[in-house]
Design a protein around this ligand. Structure first.
Ligand code: ZN
Length: 197
């Protein structure tokens, strides 16, 4: 990209070699594009960021703050994390924090979306899914609960901001696929978005 700084990360699916600054910038651009494309946020939204108790929360919040800093009417609030929120606890968290006038943002990434889909295939329980950036809880579309990070791989965020990524068996499966076939996560995402319509 910039060719002036040392690359710290190679995107296997595109061949891009990125320095820390360009990697961060590229992630922020991806999130901004997702917000626009899926119309996830409005200019006067009250946003409540719900951390999942993972190291990725902090960079995810920073990314959103950076994007929203150009929209002064947006209010962005973060709740204090209690215990880590696993996929199982997402429905409870969504119900707890979903207020009529606020939009809740969960830091769920592309690999989470795929892992949650694998979990659904494995358990058959449709308690939580993500559709076009919005949470679907027990089959019901929750329009006020969103994730604008679903087109970003959490591993890239981990490298760019120097934090540990999350771990669970479904994420492990998602990463094994991506390592075997770079681009697999994006391919699954695009097919999935067509299937789940
Ligand atoms: Zn660079």
């Amino acid at each position: 990209m910039c060719r002036t700084r040392e690359a710290i990360y190679t995107r296997e699916y595109s061949g891009e070699r990125l320095c820390e600054q360009c990697l961060r910038k590229s992630i922020i651009i991806k999130v901004r594009k997702t917000i626009g494309k899926l119309k996830l946020l409005e200019r006067d939204d009250k946003i409540l960021f719900v951390p999942l108790g993972r190291d990725l929360d902090e960079p995810a919040f920073q990314i959103l703050s950076t994007i929203e800093s150009s929209f002064p009417e947006v209010s962005l609030e973060i709740i204090k994390p209690e215990l880590p929120i696993g996929y199982d606890e997402i429905p409870r968290a969504v119900r707890e924090y979903c207020r009529q006038d606020a939009k809740i943002v969960l830091p769920l990434f592309l690999d989470d979306l795929v892992a949650i889909f694998f979990r659904y295939c494995d358990t058959g329980s449709p308690d939580v899914l993500i559709k076009r950036g919005r949470l679907v809880i027990a089959g019901e579309d929750i329009k006020n609960a969103i994730s604008p990070y679903i087109e970003v791989i959490s591993r890239e965020v981990g490298v760019a901001w120097g934090v540990k990524t999350a771990e669970n068996p479904y994420l492990k499966l998602a990463w094994e696929l991506e390592d075997d076939t770079p681009g697999a996560l994006y391919n699954i995402y695009h097919s999935y978005e067509r299937i789940i319509q």
